[in-house]
Design a protein around this ligand. Sequence first.
Ligand SMILES: [Zn+2]
Ligand SMILES: [Zn+2]
Length: 320
Amino acid sequence: MKCIWLQAGELDYKELPRPQPAQGECLLAIKQAGICGTDRELLRGYYDFSGIAGHEFVATVEAGSAAWLGKRVVADINISCEVCELCLRGLQHHCPSRRVVGIKEQTGAFAEYLCIPERNLFEVPDSMSDYQAVQLEPLAAALEILDQITLTETDKVLVVGAGRLGRMVCRVLRACGHKVSVLVRDKAKAAKALRGIEVLSQVDSACPFNVVVECSGHQDGMALALSAVEPRGTIVVKSTYASALTIDMSQLVVNEVSLVGSRCGDLGKAIQWMLDSGDEFDAHLRDGKVSNFALSEFEQAFNEAGNPSLEKVVFDQFDR
Ligand SMILES: [Zn+2]
Ligand SMILES: [Zn+2]
């Protein structure tokens, strides 16, 4: 099968044998796989990963148990052990021996085929397009925030960064009825992509926010978040940084700010949320500009993925 191989900060287009599903696994034929910020961080060395990257995907089950054959699916990318104490407590995403598809010790989706345990699969409803399905993983990550903190109607929320995840977080929080502002570098560009959301190019320290969600992916995003949050407020950190981050901990202590790290969410909840969310959220997804590529065009695709005004870059040209 054809795939994109990542090693020592370099990408390569390769031909490898088609993987064979182990006991309890299904073989998936990838229909669409999206490039996200994490993939670009992997290239820069955020994790010591070598192999096939890619973790945002929709696929068809090609081999495995009869119950799943032919179904269109997405998958939880965390492959946990199911027997350790954290797994038994329902915290599989934090299993110490977990593998993560396309990120940690597990082959990813920038390939024609992928094997994954059956227990990780979620069927995609027929009413959902492939493009919507590929957004379920980032959508679940955005919804995870609402599982971790309680937002009230009067809370003022600031999202730092209007990259793909930042925009997703803005849309989700707004669709849930919260008052959201977004802090960006280029106000004109972001305003177009974020209808109905207040776009700021700087924060006024006299009007701090109760909750700040850091999605910038940049080292200075955290300092901006700290300057924008009110005393006793909460900073939710969504960004992963390629190198260690220095922050002013005294500011955190003096202002009694809570810091919440936030990663993957529940795909089942994301599917239901997307089905329930109605037209406005869906229109935002459909509005976005998408770039479509074949795996062999990986260099161009990863270059395009660096353009933050593009809604999504996907591999969806497979000639199996
Ligand atoms: Zn991602
Ligand atoms: Zn475990």
